[in-house]
Design a protein around this ligand. Sequence first.
Ligand code: C2O
Ligand code: CU
Length: 463
Amino acid sequence: MIARRTLLKTGASFAALPLVPKSLEAAAPTAEVIEARLAQAQIAPEGYPLTQVWSFDGKLPGPEIRAPQGSRLTRTLVNALSAPTSVHWHGIRIDNAMDGVPGVTQSAVPPGETFLYDFDLPDAGTYWYHSHNQSYEQVARGLHGPLIVEEREGPDVDRDEILMLDDFRLDPETGQIAGFGNMHDFSHAGRIGNITITNGVFNKTLQARQNERLRLRLINVATARIFDLNVQGLAGWVVALDGMPLDTPRPLNESLLLAPAQRIDLIVDVTAGDGSAAHLVRIEGDEAFSQVLFEVRGVAATQPRGTPSPLPPNPDMVVAGLDGALQSHLQMDGGAMRGFASARMDDRKVSFREAAENGQFWAFNGMVGMPEEPLFVAERGQTVRVTLQNDTMFPHAMHLHGHHFREVHPDGTLGPLRDTLLMFADEQREIAFVASNPGDWVFHCHMLAHAASGMMTRIKVLA
Ligand code: C2O
Ligand code: CU
């Protein structure tokens, strides 16, 4: 038994070990564990109290999971919290049964119980994982971590840094996470925090060298905040969005919006000189803050390198057949200041006021929360177009599970592959994708207080 545990700890695969007797093999744990449990984290600056968070493996963010493209990921979720939970692997074209959505693909894992996640990783890129149960609360308490699927041949960079951008709402007296019943959050822009952090810490600082080439994987794990980002002392390119490579790296010359759940991969060269500083800058109105500070010490090369090659594309991502596509529409209503005249909620017709009395504020196609019937049923392989009309006063980050889509621009051109679309008030946008992945896939706002108060639907792809 001791030898076995040691082997497991070093990450050796059990199935690959010929010395394990067959009878024992069946009983042996075959997956690494990821444990949801309480932890203490120094979110506020040093000198302030530690904050109790809900974590994966005691870490904030959760442990970095890295695996090669084409491999299989297995993790046994152990729930050591006092609330039921689950893990959703955000952005992965995953087997539906492994998607981690309680009530749709599995039951929430009760305290003390486990669930085996076991799935293929068809696509390289920057992904993340998070609780999908009571997610407006559980993700905000810290149940999230990075999932990196490595290209077979990675880009030519000196270093790869994951930067998980987040915010927390802490009680300034105690340093503890403030409560969750705030109706203003549900009905307005969601739960915006009062401290903005990177990789779990305030004022994140990294070391770098002049002309060093970095791959920065930005992941917005906040439940409501849209990050408006820029760089200083760094020059480079956007090479991927929501995990999926751009056909051509896009020079980084304007600020970037990163909505909740979205990712941006950058390849940047450190142009700031030895002894100075570079920044990932967060813009808030007229003000700019250093979200990540790079202390530049030493010189990596005498010159910056030229434009990077595009990352290798992921397989079978062509969105074709737009003309004969199945057409669907998603009408988004509700929220403060506009509300809706009436909507269906649990089989009855309600006014906005009645919905609000039940903590619900938003409707998709006149329906509050998850409908009985999917938004549409697609044949496997069918191309689908969905127009989205945001008739609310707020931005929304619409996330489709199990697929990546492209935006169809008004001139008919297609945007980059994405899994989360940021929409502002009064916008109408259209997306298209090939419904290639069978199952029931939720489609919701990733401002998670909105998802919890009405902005949730699902689609069905036949097997
Ligand atoms: Cu990032 Cu429905 O999830
Ligand atoms: Cu929303």
